[in-house]
Design a protein around this ligand. Structure first.
Ligand code: ZN
Length: 144
């Protein structure tokens, strides 16, 4: 079945997030839930995405030790200033490479107004070249 525009809602909202470090994970789950609640959409698909080349969106557990483990893993996999080609332009190749590993979006089902996340799952903006003000998009797609 092909849905025509009149048969579904497609809503995109944007939020600004101020980051405070060069590399950090910021839990944005509550902000995403607020966007969904404000939209009035209860069932469908929620896509959380970032338009930057040095940020990512990931889902995992917001536990301080694990957050630190994730950041340490990224640093081990892609150490900063390790002679990358892009560093000759703006010295942030490691930030781009970390973003490539993590990806720019997560897609989560929405049912009865609730994101279908597990108890221990949180949505994070991964800042990989901060501090800056970043934009996160929330796209909701739902049938009428
Ligand atoms: Zn760059």
């Amino acid at each position: 079945m092909i849905l025509r525009p009149a048969n579904y809602y497609f809503l995109v909202t944007a939020m600004q997030i101020k980051t405070g470090k060069r590399i950090e994970l910021i839990d944005i789950t509550d902000k995403i839930r607020k966007e969904i609640s404000d939209s009035g959409i209860e069932n469908g698909i929620c896509v959380i995405s970032t338009k930057h080349t040095t940020t990512s969106i990931i889902v995992n557990e917001n536990e301080a030790g694990l957050v630190s483990d994730i950041l340490n893993l990224l640093e081990k996999l892609v150490p900063a200033y390790a002679g990358y080609g892009h560093d000759r332009i703006d010295n942030n190749a490691d930030s781009h490479l970390k973003a490539v590993l993590l990806g720019i979006s997560e897609t989560i089902p929405l049912a009865d107004g609730k994101l279908l996340l597990g108890t221990w799952q949180s949505i994070f903006l991964a800042e990989l070249d901060g501090p800056r003000t970043r934009e996160v998009k929330v796209t909701l797609i739902s049938g009428k």
